[in-house]
Write a new protein. Structure first.
Length: 256
C-alpha cells in the first residue's frame, strides 16, 4: 500500500457505553475521519448503474472504493463476485499496478447442480455461471481483474498462488452470509492481510436476513478481543463493518 495509513481509536473514546464492551463498535462520520484522517478529501470514481437485489448497496460500494484510493491499495480480494459491479468499481479506483482477485463458487457446488450439497442462506442470489462477473467482462477494467471459481472457505491456496507471494491490502467479505461460511472464511484470510490492511464486511447490520455476519463478528470480539468497527452513519442506509490489521485490534482486553 502506498497511500495513507489507518489509526486505531480506543472504543471508549467513541462512547462511554463502550467501557467493558466487546464490540463491534458503531461509528459515525467523525469517528471514521479519526480512523482514516482526511478521508473526506477522497472522491472515488464510480459507475453504479442499475441496482438489482444482490448487488452491494451504493453506500457500501462508495465506502469501499474510497478506502481503495485512500490506502493506495494494490491488491484486493473479493469473496463473492455476483454480477461483478463491485469488482468493476474497485478496479476503477486502483493504482496503475493494482489488481482485483474475485472468488465465486464453481458450478458443481451450486445448489441447482445435481448432487450438490453446498449449504448457504444466500442460495436465492446464486447466479448462473454466464452472469457471474458480467458487468466487468466487457469493460476496460477486465484486465485488472482475475476471476477464481472455488469455494471461498477453502480457497487460501488458490488466492496465494494468484498473489504471487504478495499480501492483500483489502479483503471484501461478501460471499454467503451464513455463520459457517463467514467463520470458515475468517480462518484463513487474516493470514494474507497486509500490515494496516482492512477486512471489509458488507451486510453487517442486517440481523433479519444476514445474521451470520453479525453472529461471527460479535462472537470473535467477545471471545478473542478482536476489534471491529461498524460504520453506521446517521441518516444513511449503511450496513458495513471492518477490521484493521493493527496490533491494537487483536487480543484486546475489553473487560478492563
Amino acid at each position: 500500500m502506498n497511500g495513507s495509513k489507518p489509526v486505531f481509536i480506543d472504543p471508549r473514546s467513541i462512547s462511554p457505553k463502550y467501557t467493558k464492551h466487546p464490540g463491534p463498535y458503531a461509528i459515525d462520520k467523525p469517528e471514521l475521519r479519526r480512523i482514516f484522517p482526511r478521508i473526506e478529501l477522497i472522491e472515488p470514481k464510480l459507475e453504479i448503474g442499475e441496482h438489482i437485489k444482490g448487488d452491494a448497496d451504493p453506500p457500501s460500494i462508495r465506502m469501499l472504493c474510497t478506502l481503495v484510493k485512500y490506502l493506495g491499495a494494490e491488491r484486493i480480494v473479493e469473496l463473492g463476485t455476483f454480477r461483478g459491479k463491485t469488482t468493476h468499481n474497485i478496479a476503477l479506483n486502483l493504482p496503475e499496478e493494482g489488481r482485483v482477485i474475485t472468488v465465486d463458487l464453481p458450478i458443481e457446488l451450486r445448489p441447482d447442480f445435481p448432487g450438490a450439497t453446498f449449504y448457504s442462506t444466500d442460495e436465492t442470489y446464486f447466479q448462473h455461471e454466464a452472469n457471474i462477473g458480467a458487468v466487468f467482462r466487457a469493460a476496460p477494467t477486465r484486465d485488472r481483474i482475475q476471476q477464481i471459481f472455488f469455494d471461498c472457505t477453502k480457497s487460501e491456496n488458490q488466492v496465494r498462488e494468484a498473489l504471487q507471494g504478495k499480501s492483500v491490502d483489502i479483503f471484501l467479505v461478501d460471499a454467503a452470509h451464513d455463520y459457517d461460511t463467514v467463520r470458515d472464511t475468517m480462518q484463513w484470510i487474516p493470514n494474507l492481510l497486509s500490515p494496516g490492511g482492512v477486512i471489509f464486511f458488507d451486510d453487517y447490520n442486517r440481523a433479519a436476513t444476514h445474521i451470520g455476519v453479525m453472529h461471527y463478528l460479535m462472537e470473535d470480539a467477545y471471545k478473542n478481543g478482536t476489534v471491529y468497527y461498524a460504520y453506521l452513519p446517521q441518516g444513511e442506509q449503511a450496513n458495513m463493518a471492518f477490521f484493521l490489521n493493527l496490533p491494537e485490534c487483536r487480543g484486546r482486553n475489553w473487560r478492563e
